[in-house]
Design a protein around this ligand. Structure first.
Ligand code: ADP
Ligand code: MG
Length: 392
C-alpha cells in the first residue's frame, strides 16, 4: 500500500483525530447487536495509546440527517469501548464546539475521547470546509480507519485531511492491502464469485473483474438474468429484463471464463415455508422462482474453487435469509473455508452469510465495508483513501 499509516508519523503526546466506523447495528432498546466494527478499530486505538497519543475518536451512526437524534447518540459505543479497552472512554455531547474543545484540552497521553455522532451536523455529509476545519482544530494528526465510509467524500473522511497530516489506521491498511493485492497482483488462479440480488448492482464489479480473473462464477439472483439471456425460461424468478442485452454481451465477452448454475432450487412462492425442489436450469416450472443454486452447481463451482489461489466473493448464492434456500451459500462458504487460497469476502450480506454459517474465522479477510468494498472492486478511487498522504 502506498499510503502512510500511523506507523509513519510521530504521535507521541499528539492529539490524534481518528475517524472510525462505529456504525453498529442497535436493537430497539439501543443495545449493540454486533460489535465487530468496534473491535475492528481496537488495534489502531491501542497502538496510539501505547505511543502516548491523546486519542479523539469520531464516527457516524445511522442516518440522523443533520439533526441530533437521541436514539443515534454514540453513548452505547462509548460504553462498549470502555469495556473493550478496560478504561473510561469519555463521550462528548457534540463533535465540535466549546464543550468538546474543553474536554480535549484536559486530555492526557493515553486518554480516549469519543465525539458525538458526526451526522448530527448536515455539514458532515456536505463535506463543508468550515466544519472540517473545526474538526481538524481539535487535533494535530488525522487517522482514517473507517474503510466502511471511505467511498464517501465527507468532512470527516476527506475534508479534514486538507488541514492535518492524514494517514491510514491499521484496519484501513489491512482492507487496502487485501483488496488491493487481489486486484493488482493476485496469486493465480484468481476466481471471483459473484451473487446477490441484482445484476445492476454489480455491473461495475463484473466489468472491472472480468479482465483480471481466471474464472468468474455467477450465482444468486443475478444469475437469473444471465440464464434468461442464454434462452432458459426462469419463470417467476427475479430477472432484470432491461439488462438482458448487457448479460448477452457479457456472456459473449467472457466466453468460458464465466460459469453459471446448472441446477437450481426453485420455490412456489417467495417465502420461508414455500414448497421447493431442485431442478435443472432448463426445467424451472411455470409459476415457480429460483431461490438458490443446486448441489450440481455447488460441485461444479467447487471444482473450480479447489484450484484457486485467490478468491473474491461478493453476493450470496441464494436467499440465505430463508433457511431452506441457504444451502448453496453455506456449501460455498464451506468450500472457501477449506481451500488453500487467499479468500476475501466483500459485501454486507455476504459477510453476514459467512458469519451465519459460523465460518468467519476460516476466511483470510472479511471486509468491514460493504459499499466501500464494492466500489473498490469496481476499480473506483475512494475519496477517503485518496485524501491520505502517500508514502515517500
Ligand atoms: P452483498 O450485500 O453481499 O453485496 P447483495 O446485497 O448484492 O449482497 O445481495 C444480497 C441479497 O440477494 C440477499 O438479500 C439475498 O436474499 C438476495 N438473493 C440471492 N439470491 C437470490 C435469488 N435467487 N432471488 C432473489 N434474491 C436473491
Ligand atoms: Mg447487500
Amino acid at each position: 500500500m502506498n499510503k502512510k499509516t500511523v506507523k509513519d508519523v510521530d504521535v507521541a503526546g499528539k492529539r490524534v483525530l481518528v475517524r472510525a466506523d462505529f456504525n453498529v447495528p442497535l436493537d430497539e432498546s439501543g443495545e449493540i447487536t454486533d460489535d465487530t466494527r468496534i473491535r475492528a478499530a481496537l488495534p489502531t486505538i491501542e497502538y496510539l495509546r501505547d505511543k502516548g497519543a491523546r486519542v479523539i475518536l469520531c464516527s457516524h451512526l445511522g442516518r440522523p440527517k443533520g439533526k441530533p437524534i437521541d436514539e443515534l447518540r454514540l453513548t452505547p459505543v462509548a460504553k462498549r469501548l470502555s469495556q473493550l479497552l478496560q478504561m473510561k472512554v469519555t463521550k462528548t455531547d457534540d463533535c465540535v464546539g466549546s464543550q468538546v474543545e474543553s474536554v480535549v484540552a484536559k486530555m492526557k497521553p493515553g486518554d480516549v475521547v469519543l465525539l458525538e455522532n458526526l451526522r448530527f451536523h448536515a455539514e458532515e455529509t456536505a463535506n463543508d470546509p468550515d466544519f472540517a476545519r473545526q474538526l481538524a482544530s481539535l487535533a494535530d494528526v488525522y487517522v482514517n480507519d473507517a474503510f466502511g465510509t471511505a467511498h464517501r467524500a465527507h468532512a470527516s473522511t476527506a475534508g479534514v485531511a486538507e488541514f492535518l497530516p492524514a494517514v491510514a489506521g491499521f484496519l484501513m491498511e489491512r482492507e487496502l492491502a487485501f483488496l488491493g493485492k487481489a486486484l493488482a497482483d493476485p496469486a493465480r488462479p484468481f476466481v471471483a464469485l459473484l451473487g446477490g440480488a441484482k445484476v445492476s448492482d454489480k455491473i461495475g464489479v463484473i466489468e472491472n473483474l472480468l479482465p483480471k480473473v481466471d474464472k468468474l462464477i455467477v450465482g444468486g439472483g443475478m444469475a437469473n438474468t444471465f440464464l434468461k439471456a442464454q434462452g432458459h425460461d426462469v419463470a417467476e424468478s427475479l430477472v432484470e429484463d432491461d439488462k438482458l442485452d448487457l448479460a448477452k454481451e457479457l456472456l459473449e465477452r467472457a466466453g468460458s471464463k464465466l460459469l453459471l448454475p446448472t441446477d437450481v432450487v426453485v420455490a412456489d412462492a417467495f417465502a420461508v415455508d414455500a414448497r421447493h425442489k431442485t431442478v435443472s436450469v432448463d426445467s424451472v416450472p411455470a409459476g415457480w422462482r429460483i431461490l438458490d443454486i443446486g448441489p450440481d452447481s455447488v460441485e461444479t463451482f467447487k471444482k473450480v474453487l479447489m484450484t484457486a489461489k485467490t478468491v473474491v466473493w461478493n453476493g450470496p448464492m441464494g436467499v440465505f435469509e430463508f433457511e431452506p434456500f441457504a444451502k448453496g451459500t453455506v456449501a460455498i462458504a464451506q468450500v472457501l473455508a477449506e481451500i488453500d487460497a487467499t479468500t476475501i469476502i466483500g459485501g454486507g450480506d455476504s459477510a453476514a452469510a459467512v458469519q451465519q454459517a459460523g465460518l468467519s474465522g476460516a476466511m483470510t479477510h472479511i471486509s468491514t465495508g460493504g459499499g466501500a468494498s464494492l466500489e473498490f472492486l469496481e476499480g473506483k478511487a475512494l475519496p477517503g483513501v485518496e485524501a491520505l498522504q502517500d508514502k515517500a
